[in-house]
Design a protein around this ligand. Structure first.
Ligand SMILES: [Zn+2]
Length: 604
């Protein structure tokens, strides 16, 4: 038992109105005081540093104030308030159950409950207020000793119990208390409070810097204040973003923005260098991985004005998120998040975590290559269902494409030998980067491409141009529809070959896997490709989306699906018998025959 001592902490809130980020609780408490409906026991639950003890003290002070303001705040002038403010609060007791958790401690406390409050001489409504912090630390015996008092307290006694671990409180106690749940304090609220402190301390603080501190504090105002003090003592009265980053050893947003730019542009070397930079600056790779996930998440919520409020960042950084988010196809963010999460989960158990992270970065790079095709479909869908985005996409998209690598542009523009005449006329002055967007508009009727402000290119990448030409013009449907043109096995094989050639420089595995065989048109809606081995199946599956996109664009038909099948699963209908397959393999690698002969192997 010890006398309650007012905290000397300079900016500890002393009134309900100044409590940060718990307005619903303070309002309820004030209403209870005003209407004289105070419970006799309160339980304040919530994480550390969010204002439980502060609120308990303010409540205690306010209850005994004889001259409440019109806003139900303590007056700071009456006898009770002055003694409270001087740190000699009469009739307010605080027990820290973390260090005083024995039966005896509780008995001492219970003994004092019997004595009426001193203030009662001058104020018949005076209360004795007991604040028990960390109440979950009380031993079971202490709990039981306390229970009786809590069941039948004298009318002048009020108990305020505070805990970070509500589940450890006995139900018999819970049922006797009015329970208040304190939430983690929002980053914005903390940053606002820090700005207030900075202002009073004549510290010039960059709002972004304060946001970093607030984030680091993870919802605890007390932590935020001590971090603030720490950084100010280090950086002086000019609190810049950079100073905070350095002092707190926080991974700069800058890294993530840079990294994401590289990922979007499919620049594996640059991405690896940034990662190396991060490591050599002493940051933990795992921190980076987790931070990157957070970054992607932030980009995702920045894509929509509705979810933008979920972004906890300062104004400048918010703008940067908005800007970068415009360049990120949703599919890139979603799949990216899934890749990063996978890396995050496996990081601790990986034998070579650095390699794992680097591999993730490479996959992320490849992602945008892959998703570029899909992105077009996404746009197509969004323009199909909602006309409004049409006006937005053109402003956002060109930047996407600029950020996308040269390689991606190549993907679009290389397989165009058959179409150069057509396109040159229309897009002579357009950067190649815009092409991907225009492809999206391929299927649109004239008005829609006019609206989007780009030239129309028909059959841009289409090897069967002659045929599709009339279809495209006779296709008088609204721009919602995707083309569904008939195609031949021959056209399919041709389109297949174009793709295999196209990826050859960048992905030899896929290219050779594709060259091993021909796709087969099973029906109008179904293509099958028989794969010769599991490795080929893997590389093809990983590129399936991209291959599909390519085929669909080339064949001008969006209504088929493509299956990869391992040959051995095929059964009697397969194209290749085992012997065929062997022959084919020998064709590709004559050493196989020698191998077979040398080891006297059979085809199995
Ligand atoms: Zn007062």
């Amino acid at each position: 038992m010890e006398n309650f001592v007012v905290s000397a902490r300079k900016y500890r809130p002393a009134l309900f109105n100044t409590v940060v980020g718990q307005s619903s609780i303070t309002t309820t408490l004030k209403n209870a005081i005003r209407s004289n409906h105070l419970a006799q026991a309160f339980l304040f639950c919530g994480p550390r540093g969010v204002g439980k003890t502060t609120c308990a003290r303010i409540l205690a002070k306010t209850i005994n104030c004889t001259n409440l303001t019109s806003e139900t705040e303590a007056c700071n002038q009456c006898e009770s308030c002055t003694s409270f403010n001087q740190g000699q609060a009469i009739d307010i007791y605080e027990l820290d159950a973390a260090s005083n958790n024995s039966v005896d401690d509780i008995r001492n406390l219970v003994d004092t409950v019997r004595i009426p409050p001193q203030l009662m001489e001058s104020n018949s409504n005076a209360k004795k207020v007991y604040v028990i912090d960390e109440v979950h630390m009380l031993s079971a015996a202490a709990f039981n000793a306390f229970l009786k008092t809590l069941e039948e307290p004298p009318r002048y006694a009020i108990f305020i119990l505070a805990t970070t671990e509500r589940h450890k409180i006995l139900p018999t106690i819970l049922s006797r208390c009015q329970i208040f749940n304190f939430n983690r304090i929002q980053v914005d609220d903390i940053a606002g409070h820090l700005a207030y402190i900075a202002n009073n301390e004549n510290v010039i603080a960059d709002p972004d810097a304060l946001h970093i501190i607030a984030q680091k504090a993870d919802g605890a105002l007390r932590d935020a204040c001590s971090i603030f003090d720490q950084v100010v003592s280090f950086a002086g009265t000019n609190l810049t973003y950079k100073a905070v980053i350095e002092n707190l050893n926080v991974l700069d947003y800058e890294y993530y923005f840079k990294m994401t730019d590289h990922l979007l542009a499919d620049q594996i070397p640059n991405a690896m260098l940034v990662y190396n930079d991060i490591l050599s600056n002493g940051f933990d790779g795992h921190t980076f991985v987790a931070g990157l996930a957070e970054h992607f998440r932030n980009l995702l919520v920045s894509k929509d004005p509705q979810t933008l409020q979920l972004l906890e960042a300062g104004q400048n950084i918010r703008e940067r998120y908005k800007e970068q988010a415009m360049h990120c196809p949703p599919i890139f963010l979603l799949r990216g998040l899934s890749l990063i999460t996978k890396c995050d989960v496996g990081y601790k158990s990986a034998r070579n975590p650095r390699l794992l992270a680097e591999f993730m970065l490479m996959q992320l790079c490849a992602l945008n290559g892959q998703s570029s095709g899909e992105k077009k479909n996404d746009e197509l869908i969004s323009t199909s269902f909602n006309q409004a985005p049409l006006t937005q996409i053109p402003t956002a998209q060109p930047t996407v494409s600029q950020h996308a690598s040269a390689e991606k542009n190549d993907e679009v523009s290389t397989p165009t030998p058959t179409t150069s005449i057509d396109t040159n006329q229309v897009v002579a002055e357009k950067p190649a980067a815009v092409v991907s967007k225009e492809e999206t508009q391929n299927t649109s009727s004239a008005p829609s491409w006019k609206k989007s402000g780009v030239g129309k290119i028909n059959q841009f990448t289409n090897p069967t141009a002659a045929k599709t030409d009339d279809v495209a013009t006779s296709n008088g449907q609204p721009d919602l529809s995707k083309p569904r043109e008939p195609f031949t096995q021959q056209a399919l094989e041709q389109a297949w070959k174009v793709y295999a050639e196209k990826v050859k420089p960048t992905n030899l595995n896929v290219s050779s896997a594709m060259s091993m065989n021909q796709p087969r048109k099973v029906s109008d809606t179904e293509l099958v490709f028989h794969v010769l081995n599991a490795a080929a199946l893997d590389s093809l599956t990983s590129r399936k989306t991209d291959i599909m996109t390519h085929l669909r664009e080339h064949l001008r038909n969006y209504y088929f699906d493509l299956r990869f099948e391992l040959n051995k699963e095929e059964g009697p209908k397969r194209i290749y018998t085992d012997q065929d397959r062997y022959d084919r393999l020998v064709e590709l690698n004559p050493n196989l025959a020698k191998f077979k002969q040398q080891f006297d192997l059979d085809i199995y």
